[in-house]
Write a protein that binds this ligand. Structure first.
Ligand code: ADP
Ligand code: MG
Length: 697
């Protein structure tokens, strides 16, 4: 169905790469690995280097290290004495000798390619080997008559094992052949002012760089494609926003009775920034516009309570509210803590997860649809089609990066004019927020609740594990509770599990049945059971995989041990450490690392020891990883761009945002000439859902 809506003019670009001559299923797999499965993916696979073959000096004066094109006479083939030695071919030009070197050579082939006594043009990297000049596996060999067939300049692409430059270049050339002109979606005056080429010319140009300068981000063709991508992003977001605005928000202003009751019952007082955030949210909800607000606060800053207050506000106004959590574990935990708090106000909170089945589930759905259930906490199960509300007015989305825009929209579509609060512990710079949400308002929790003690962070080599275990033993004897996080094994949940099970066994030998194990593969009820025992003190030590990474809140836990800390990212370590230090008791975090510790891992651990501030850590992370990889786009739920780099070019993003605004103010239905071209742009960057909003709207 999605396929059917794509405009025909784009069909050739979305065809599989196997449509290109010479790219069969085997090569397509390799192309897929570096670029993607479709022709369009090849277009976005940009060269990272350029080889200039125009340097054709006499060898005597050539500088070794560079690529040269030389015309040489072939003197003699020197076969190797054994398989490990290379095959050598002696040649010369006017003033110097050159040896061509081939490993694993095919003799017949070389005899035909480079016949002794003849002249050939060879192009490749010139190297000095002792006193000799040599060229290992020339890139090109042609007869002098065919000299013109040599490429003057060649782009260099990122490759993968088994994929040769030649094959990839051929694939890209094949993709470029399918490139028809597309109607121009940019404003002609803007194009002229920037000096940008038309889209098709830009795509061709980025794949035929002439020099290093052409590879830079601000080379006009690259810049244009980046702008196109950002414009598609901003336009899609603006369309979502516009469609939401079309259904007005409804003012939700409760009387405050429930909120006051809950606040009175809390064993602590709200932090100033919690108060401010609640004020901002209530202010938004009382207005006619639909709220879309981001609540940003470091781990442990108390975001859940802020969400609860907003939920209660909806209930006070006679409406319903929902809190969406990314995991079953988290949904259950939120349900338990919120229920405890809300009980004081006489409000009950429902829980809906994938585990609800049959009659019990139906009863819950009835309660939501009929309005008997005012507040609900749940997982993705809340988004399912048959879940309906009587009058949903507010939705909070916890750990928002775990959800996509469409999931947010699916949930808010269950009410009318729903106000939305998205929550995150990951500090996202303003520019990047813009790519994920467009313009949105932000509330920040800037301080931790009073009374929190800093978490003492120590690093230790893994070979001191016994010592750590003894320290853990002493701590649990005093009533401390401990998370023991097991190593992450890349790409393999099974081996994660094996490591955790083994650690659990080993610790159980020492500490008996006070050690629990929790991991992602466990059945839900078993996991609840273990968690419950840890929360209530039936277990002293909880051996866990990273399932506990987000959101888990057990205030009595005071120690977190992380095995193979060097395998975790900085943000992840910060999240894991954030599981402790939630109560008023001193807490500690032990980072166990394998020797030798690499430089990046050492820096990460150092940063954690120096700071507990999520914003500082995120900034340091950025420096460590380099701008391109900020936060790990996947991890943060930010959109990933093929051509654009928003960190490097925030100005281009801002320009795209302004352009998107202007476009929609003039042609909100994208119905005009340029509007139609912009629809093609949206499809080109696969913002199909945004175009659908136009149709339905
Ligand atoms: P996060 O922002 O990481 O989601 P939580 O909402 O899980 O943090 O809150 C962390 C812990 O802090 C919870 O146990 C919560 O009850 C507690 N808490 C929240 N607000 C305050 C406060 N103002 N003073 C003391 N403790 C608080
Ligand atoms: Mg949380």
């Amino acid at each position: 169905m999605l396929e059917a809506m794509r405009p025909e003019i784009l069909f050739p670009l979305f065809a599989p790469v196997t449509g290109i001559d010479g790219i069969g299923p085997r090569l397509a797999k390799l192309v897929d690995k570096v670029a993607g499965p479709r022709i369009v993916d090849l277009l976005w696979h940009l060269p990272t280097g350029v080889i200039d073959r125009t340097m054709a000096p006499d060898l005597a004066s050539a500088a070794p290290g560079g690529v040269v094109t030389a015309t040489v006479a072939i003197d003699e083939h020197r076969k190797p004495h054994n398989k490990r030695q290379p095959y050598r071919i002696a040649c010369h030009d006017r003033g110097a000798l050159l040896t061509l070197v081939y490993f694993h050579a095919n003799e017949d082939y070389l005899a035909r390619l480079l016949p002794a006594g003849e002249t050939r043009v060879v192009s490749g990297r010139l190297e000095r080997y002792g006193d000799d000049l040599q060229m290992v596996h020339p890139d090109h060999v042609v007869a002098p008559a065919d000299r013109d067939s040599l490429p003057r300049i060649e782009p260099v692409y990122p490759l993968t094992d088994g994929l040769t430059p030649k094959v990839l270049r051929k694939a890209v050339a094949g993709a470029l052949e399918r490139l028809g002109p597309l109607p121009e979606w940019l404003d002609p005056a803007h194009l002229a002012q920037r000096g940008w080429p038309a889209w098709r010319d830009a795509v061709k140009a980025v794949h035929s760089p002439e020099n290093r300068r052409d590879l830079e981000r601000d080379a006009p063709p690259r810049e244009r494609l980046a702008f196109d991508e950002l414009l598609a992003n901003q336009l899609a977001l603006a369309l979502v926003r516009a469609s939401q605005k079309r259904t007005k928000g409804r003012a939700v202003a409760g009387g405050g009775a429930l909120r006051r009751a809950v606040e009175r019952s809390l064993p602590f007082s709200l932090t100033p920034s919690q108060r401010t955030a609640i004020g901002e949210i209530l202010g938004d909800m009382a207005g006619e516009d639909r709220m879309l607000r981001l609540l940003q606060g470091d781990v442990g800053s108390g975001k859940t309570l802020v969400a609860l207050m907003a939920m209660l506000n909806a209930v006070e106004a006679g409406r319903q509210a929902a809190l969406l959590a990314p995991t079953e574990l988290l949904a259950r935990q939120h349900h338990a803590t919120l229920n405890r708090a809300a009980a004081e106000a006489g409000v009950e909170i429902a829980l809906l997860t994938g585990r609800d089945k049959g009659k019990a589930r139906e009863a819950k759905l009835d309660a939501l649809a009929g309005g008997a259930a005012r507040l609900v906490v749940g997982t993705h199960a809340l988004i399912q089609e048959d879940v309906a509300f009587r009058d949903l007015a507010f939705v909070a989305i916890d750990e928002q990066h775990r959800f996509g825009v469409h999931q947010r929209l699916a949930l808010t579509a269950k009410g009318r004019g729903v106000h939305v609060l998205v929550m995150t512990a990951t500090p996202i710079p303003r520019t990047l927020q813009m790519t994920a949400f467009g313009d949105l308002d932000v509330s920040q929790l800037t301080e931790k609740p009073a009374g929190r003690k800093p978490v003492a962070t120590r690093a230790m080599p893994l070979d001191r594990l016994d010592e750590v275990a003894r320290a853990v033993g002493r701590a649990t004897a005093k009533g401390d509770r401990v998370y023991w996080i097991c190593p992450l094994v890349e790409d393999s949940e099974d081996s994660d599990l094996a490591a955790a099970e083994e650690r659990h066994k080993a610790l159980s030998l020492v500490f008996g049945d006070r050690v629990g194990l929790i991991h992602g593969r466990m059945k839900g009820p078993d996991r609840d059971d273990v968690m419950e025992r840890f929360v209530t003190g039936g277990l002293d030590i909880l051996v866990a995989t990273t399932v506990i990474e987000v959101g888990v809140d057990v205030p009595d836990a005071t120690i977190v041990v992380v095995e193979h800390a060097e395998r975790f990212g900085l943000a992840q370590l910060h999240q894991l450490r954030g599981r402790v230090g939630r109560g008023d008791r001193p807490s500690s975090c032990l980072l166990l690392y394998a020797r030798p510790l690499g430089e990046t891992a050492r820096s990460r651990i150092d940063i954690l020891r120096r700071s507990e501030d999520g914003f500082v850590i995120a900034e340091e992370d950025l420096k460590l990883r380099g701008a391109g990889e900020l936060l790990g786009a996947r991890q943060s739920g930010l959109p990933q761009f093929r051509v654009a780099d928003v960190v490097e070019r925030p100005d281009l993003l801002a320009a795209a945002r302004d352009d998107a605004r202007l476009i929609l103010s003039r042609d909100p239905a994208l119905a005009g000439e340029r509007g139609k071209a912009l629809r093609i742009l949206l499809y080109l960057f696969e913002r199909d859902a945004a175009v659908r909003l136009l149709r339905s709207g």
